[in-house]
Design a protein around this ligand. Structure first.
Ligand code: SF4
Length: 330
């Protein structure tokens, strides 16, 4: 449902598990009015029925259904899909051909492993004990079966995952089950939102693995977008050391090719923050930059628009913490 909504808006998912979590029911109602010609409604059930009606028709007329998979079982050759709406199951079952795309890290050794992983994914992802639909698919329909596709193709994607596997320091990030729990607790994700990352995987896990999958130099800025509070590591059900991996990405990026701008920037920052007097002047001077906020949040013609189009520049505080502290401390 969430994927359907964001596809109608021609935008990428906002969150790994809740792709349309940034939209209100009113916005979804407006979207359905524009795209599907429905009447306005604030009733989630009615909105769901509208999407259901539109999607059912697609499943019935499609020649090919393409799904991902949550896991693949080496022991039995099956793929496992876990969901709450049944749409993935319809995508597998109704079209004549089913194509599955999954990363190689989704392969688990034994069927019995799912007895741990499926409830873990449901609990960490949505707080359920188990999701509503859990499908295990072992191939196309056989001659004596009525339902299912005539053909099934499984595409295993590497896309730099073997390189990540070779990295002894960070290979544990391939354990990720995409539950989204680290996004939910991340103060940065909660402030900037999923679209600000510009990646398929957002939040702490996206910031860790995207530089491996798409290039460290182009995506190293993601590891700077962290307070390193460690909430992500704390919550991760498969114990990925996320915040340390962000630090390692910062280190690796600078060791590989720290830019002059970065080096000078950090030197200037160190110069100021190590001198309390200078730091005080700098924080007081921030209030003079407040009018810049309006300029920076202006239009697509603005030079910083690529940064501000999906998040607002935070407000500069009128008074610094040091001033407030001085006032409150007798
Ligand atoms: S890194 Fe951990 S918490 Fe984040 S999505 Fe993956 S499994 Fe879930």
């Amino acid at each position: 449902m969430g994927e359907f909504i964001v596809q109608l808006r021609h935008e990428p998912p906002y969150h790994i598990v809740f792709p349309a979590m940034h939209l209100t029911r009113g916005q979804i109602s407006d979207l359905f009015q524009q795209k599907l010609g429905t009447q306005p409604t604030a009733d989630p059930e009615e909105l769901t029925m509208t999407a259901r009606k539109a999607l059912r028709q697609e499943y019935l007329s499609a020649d090919i259904g393409i799904t991902g998979a949550n896991f693949a079982v080496a022991e039995t050759g099956m793929i496992s899909i876990t969901e709450n709406e049944g749409n993935a199951r319809l995508t597998c079952a109704l079209p004549k051909t089913h194509v599955v795309l999954l990363g190689i890290e989704k392969v688990v050794p034994r069927l019995a492993d799912l007895s741990l992983l499926l409830p873990m994914l449901a609990t960490a992802g949505t707080g359920q004990q188990i999701t509503c639909y859990n499908s295990l698919i072992g191939g196309p329909r056989s001659a004596d079966e009525l339902d299912g596709p005539e053909e099934m193709h499984v595409v295993l994607l590497d896309n730099s995952r073997t390189r990540l596997l070779a990295d002894a320091e960070q290979r544990d990030s391939l354990r990720c089950i995409r539950c989204g729990a680290c996004l939910n607790v991340c103060p940065i994700f909660r402030n900037v939102g999923g679209h600000a990352y510009g990646t398929t995987y957002q939040g702490p896990i996206g910031s860790v693995i995207t530089p491996h999958l798409r290039g460290l130099q182009s995506w190293q800025h993601l590891s700077q977008a962290s307070s390193l509070c460690g909430a992500c590591t704390e919550t991760c059900p498969v114990k990925i050391d996320l915040h340390h991996h962000l630090l390692q990405n910062r280190r690796n990026a600078v060791a590989e090719k720290g830019s002059l701008f970065q080096r000078l920037g950090f030197k200037a920052f160190a110069l100021v923050v190590n001198r309390p007097g200078w730091f005080g002047i700098a924080t007081r001077a921030m209030k003079f930059f407040a009018p810049l906020q309006r300029i920076f949040n202006a239009t697509p013609a603005d030079p910083v628009w690529p940064w501000t189009k999906s998040r607002e520049l935070p407000s500069f505080a009128r008074r610094s913490f040091r001033d407030l502290w001085k006032e409150r401390t007798p």
